[in-house]
Ligand binder design. Structure first.
Ligand code: SF4
Ligand code: SF4
Length: 386
């Protein structure tokens, strides 16, 4: 079954979301009565202590609507996730509004940091992420500095609890290695369903420092990779530009040539032409070769790098805690200076950019890199249209 449901929904209002969810499940031929007496784990995106209006995390009204729907069909619903490990756990659950959403729907909560972890297929996963009969993945449609987009596969990285994520970055410095890890996580957990909050997404320099973009959609599917591929097409990039989809193809769990049945809205009528990819984005599968050549010749100058803006920095120190390789230091803290990044140590994982609550860390590219990016996007978008 390779069906993806695209349904319109323009408002974070549980009464409006629930009928759209029902329609989406019907599109996927998922019989909701199958959840009766089952433990259903909802896995939203709870990146950090960001309020719903920041559109960094899955919206609480969306989580509440999903929980209510499965409760209505007799499931025992649990909402679980872990943030990047930098923010206090309770603060994340309170500020995102997801604790309240679970309470309103009569669901339990499972902060993954508190459940302990177990080794499964060589990955440390939260025990609570493995305790359910049915897992339903609830990602938010966003951009991401390292993985370009954070969609269905990337959302499951939250099942690796707290600071263990930092080790994962340290041990997978190359973005392709990191993508391999993400696909291993998704293939280990194999969520039954993914229902994506794309009512308001985030573009630009996500996953926390970008800008909200109204997309007015709920995107659902059973095949997690097909769903990610459809999302790429919605924002005019080639699915092969995502390392996760390339690796899924190599593993034989995603066939880019297989037909995907899109149910609901027509893909062509939904193209988000103004959607901005992150500054780090470089289309990777370039058949014309020039970009690859320039990248290899000028890599140090082409690479995007994080840069702290001292005028916006509030000296909270969270970026230092997030850095897996200790590239950020406090030289001059006593004099009130902002932290500094040592570019010789930095591995460009962009965790610091992701956690900064004040959007004080920019992603900078050289003029050459910007030119290369424009060419990539132009070529990539032409290719997507063909
Ligand atoms: S750059 Fe951001 S995360 Fe780092 S100390 Fe400044 S405000 Fe805090
Ligand atoms: S400075 Fe930022 S981007 Fe560089 S390694 Fe540390 S957390 Fe990652």
């Amino acid at each position: 079954m390779n069906k993806i449901s695209l349904r319109r929904c323009n408002k974070y209002d549980t009464a409006e979301i629930i009928p759209v969810l029902r329609q989406s499940l019907e599109d996927l031929q998922f019989d909701p009565s199958a959840v009766k007496d089952k433990r259903v784990l909802l896995k939203p995106n709870m990146l950090g202590a960001f309020p719903p209006e920041a559109h960094v995390t899955t919206h609480p009204a969306f989580v509440e609507a999903c929980a209510m729907l499965f409760k209505e069909h007799g499931a025992q619903v649990i909402v679980g996730d872990s943030s990047n490990g930098i923010y206090p756990v309770d603060e994340v659950w309170n500020v995102t509004g997801i604790r309240r959403a679970a309470e309103l729907a009569g669901a339990e909560i499972a902060p993954f940091e508190k459940s302990g972890s177990v080794d499964k297929n060589g990955i440390r996963l939260a025990k609570a992420s493995l305790n359910a009969d049915i897992m339903v993945n609830l990602p938010k449609f966003k951009t991401h500095g390292l993985t370009y987009l954070t969609l269905a596969v990337k959302n499951l990285f939250g099942c690796i609890p707290g600071m263990i994520k930092t080790d994962c970055h340290r041990n997978n410095i190359d973005r392709r290695d990191f993508a391999r890890l993400l696909v291993r996580v998704s293939e280990t957990l194999k969520p039954e369903l993914t229902i994506m909050d794309a009512i308001t997404g985030m573009h630009g320099n996500g996953p926390s420092g970008g800008n909200p973009i109204d997309m007015g959609l709920i995107i659902s599917g059973r095949n997690i990779h097909s769903l990610d591929a459809v999302c790429c097409k919605l924002v005019n990039i080639n699915p092969s530009d995502l390392d996760t989809l390339c690796h899924a193809e190599k593993l034989g769990v995603f066939d880019p040539n297989a037909k995907i049945d899109i149910i609901g809205e027509h893909l062509d009528s939904l193209s988000f032409k103004n959607f901005e990819m992150p500054s780090t984005f470089v289309g990777k599968k370039l058949d014309w070769g020039i970009s690859k050549l320039t990248l290899s010749l000028f890599w140090r100058h082409m690479n995007a790098r994080p840069q702290i803006d001292p005028s916006r920095c509030q000296r909270c120190g969270l970026c230092l805690k997030s850095c897996p390789v200790g590239a950020i230091g406090w030289k001059g803290k006593d004099t009130g200076s902002a932290p500094k990044i040592d570019n010789d140590i930095c591995i460009q994982c962009f965790c610091c950019h992701e956690v900064c609550p004040y959007q004080a860390i920019d992603i900078k590219r050289s003029a050459l890199a910007k030119l290369n990016q424009k060419l990539d996007q132009w070529i990539g978008r032409r290719r997507v249209k063909q």
